[in-house]
Design a protein around this ligand. Sequence first.
Ligand code: KG4
Ligand code: ZN
Length: 336
Amino acid sequence: MPTSVTILGIESSCDETSASICVDGKILSNVIATQKIHEKYGGVVPELASRAHIQNIVPVVDTALKESGRSLNEIDAVAFTQAPGLIGSLLVGAQFAKSTALALGKPLIAVHHMQAHVLANLIGEHTPEFPFLCLTVSGGHTQIVKASSPLKMEVLGETIDDAAGEAFDKTAKILGLPYPGGPLIDKYAAQGDPLAFSFAKPQVPGLNFSFSGVKTSVLYFLQKQQQEDPNFVRDHLPDLAASIQYTIIEVLIKKLKKAIKETGISHVCIAGGVSANSGLRTALENLGQELNVSTYRPDFQYCVDNAGMIAMTGYYKYQAGDFASMDVSPTARASW
Ligand code: KG4
Ligand code: ZN
């Protein structure tokens, strides 16, 4: 094994094309090209996403190398998102990673996107100790994970229907906001009253979640209000956003609290795109104080889909000698 390990990480599971260089567990660059094309369709269009990945991948990797000050022949392994995600998008990253590894004569590392979201918490200075709990909240997933070591993780609970990010995006769509609506709900919520309106908080047993009832509750409430006042949404946008955000966060924090109490684990993280939400970040800090546990959240650039977390996971897999064969295929759905 080389004394210093340099990993090129590639992420292409959805609508972000990203590349990163990680040297000995430190991220030297993390370049993210967000595909704006999907905004006008109100959601990610898979075929357009894969085409955009094809256009973006070479310049994004090139920029990541330049920003890190490393050259391609200094790379010791190529890590890429193997699952889960949009199959056409995953294929672009997988093919690029395989060709690069083959051309360099270096190993290939297949990374599970959700495991990488959790490990984003190990990037930077303020990092959790093992074992830790992680609430991973993204556009496609909502999970509570127990991480016993970088590569040993167990899903303790997950959503049985919509993900938390989907709940944000779908309710934002009902409010007439463009995709992705999560960050816009966050923005408007800052000026609103979280207790102005009350929406359903779906209950499911154990550490699992359910969110599909939130959008239905918002939809029926607004249909009724708009019959009386067609400008209801326009006139109450901050209060609506704040109340929706409050509802989703309450559901998330309640289950995280239950997981902390049941496991007795005192290092607690959040991860995934929704962990960028300012309300959730504050709620996590408050929970830390209430239960006397240490809380962690990735820097914003490592919350959303990014290759830094893929390169970081690749670094741990490299140390464990966990390499993929050249005939590995990406998988749209994969548990772990
Ligand atoms: O992890 P991510 O970038 O992609 C997936 O793997 O899905 O998460 C994207 C999700 C979207 O649903 C987006 O609306 C949500 O994260 N999101 C937010 C915020 N920033 C991103 N939701 C609420 N508040 C935010 N500030
Ligand atoms: Zn993600």
